[in-house]
Design a protein around this ligand. Structure first.
Ligand code: ADP
Ligand code: MG
Length: 315
């Protein structure tokens, strides 16, 4: 048995077997069928040890998160996930590590009926690249926001930033926040449902301000954000006691919620959708023509947010 045979064995334990996979793992290419009337949405993300996850994170979480960040990109365009390919670079073949990694990966893949259809393996510093493929009729893009549109955020943001502080010695952080950082839940069903309403959409991976900035740039517009309307968890509130610091919540990434814009006429439809899906959808501001993002406090005073979202090569 070669070192990689073990990995092939583990990979073959996947339980998803989709009818649109004509040929999966084992040949030179996967042969796949896109349903008629749909476009193929493709996205790739790489997770590097020590950069995208702390060195001590479990292999299960790394497997889970490396798929989650990709499914989150599919969610942001409103695509239905279907297939993934996986490029694994490993320093050595550690049976326990790989078994746990594959478990984490397939736990999330099973939730969304996603099949692993191929990949590649090499030796080197730990790094995981996943390419995700999904189907979409009319994609939600970053470029569709219009002045007057309302800006929404799903769920709550900021818990992942608390989760990370636990790795920097902060002892009071709960398991729930750490899980939020290490095993985020991509908003796949919400992204698909938003296809009927959102004028633009992005997933919050680098921080709300930074990611909303992408919408503003590509939609040639600006935004006004009301900090008091930023949805944060009870844990986040109690961590900051009386003085909630929203700057972490809006500049730290890794929450993988969706930020989207709608025409104000769809406001009640979004409330209905929120109830139906049991996901909080909070209006946090509106799109304008200023070409910048301005934040306001409860007195309508401008707040300067000094910290920027996470940017590689720019720290
Ligand atoms: P080739 O040399 O033709 O690229 P490989 O020996 O690398 O083929 O891979 C054999 C088969 O195993 C291919 O179908 C490939 O897609 C699949 N495969 C290789 N690595 C992985 C992986 N990490 N995850 C899933 N499938 C993989
Ligand atoms: Mg190969």
């Amino acid at each position: 048995m070669t070192e990689f045979d073990l990995i092939y064995q583990l990979i073959n334990t996947q339980s998803i077997d989709r009818p649109d996979v004509k040929t999966g793992i084992g040949d030179d290419c996967a042969i796949l069928t896109v349903p008629e009337g749909y476009s193929l949405a493709v996205s790739m993300d790489t997770l590097v040890n020590g950069v995208h996850f702390p060195e001590s994170v479990s292999a299960f979480s790394i497997g889970y998160k490396s798929l989650a960040v990709n499914l989150s990109d599919l969610a942001a365009v409103g695509a239905i996930p279907a297939w993934i390919t996986l490029s694994l670079t490993l320093p050595s073949v550690d049976e326990n590590w790989i078994t746990e990694f594959v478990k984490g990966l397939f736990t999330l893949a099973n939730k969304h009926n996603v099949q692993l259809v191929g990949g590649d393996m090499s030796c080197g510093p730990l790094s995981i690249s996943i390419q995700a493929h999904g189907f979409v009729k009319k994609a939600l893009l970053r470029s569709g926001a219009k002045s007057g549109d309302l800006i929404y955020v799903s769920g709550n943001i900021g818990d992942a930033s608390l989760g990370l502080s636990s790795y920097n010695g902060e002892a009071t952080i709960t398991e729930a926040c750490i899980k939020r950082l290490n095993e985020p839940e991509p908003r796949v069903d919400l992204g698909i449902a938003l296809n009927n309403y959102a004028t633009s959409c992005i997933d919050i991976s680098d921080g709300l301000i930074s990611d909303l900035g992408h919408i503003c740039k590509q939609s040639h517009c600006g935004a006004a954000i009301y900090l008091n309307d930023i949805p944060v968890s009870e844990e986040y509130k109690s961590y900051y006691k009386q003085q909630i610091d929203f700057s972490d919540a809006i500049t730290f990434g890794d929450d993988y919620e969706l930020c989207f814009t709608i025409n104000p006429k769809d406001r009640s439809a979004i409330s209905e959708l929120s109830k139906k899906m049991a996901i909080d959808l909070s209006c946090i501001g509106s799109i304008n023509t200023t070409n910048q993002i301005q934040c306001f406090d409860h007195n309508n005073e401008t707040v300067n947010i000094l910290k920027k979202g996470f940017e590689h090569f720019n720290e």
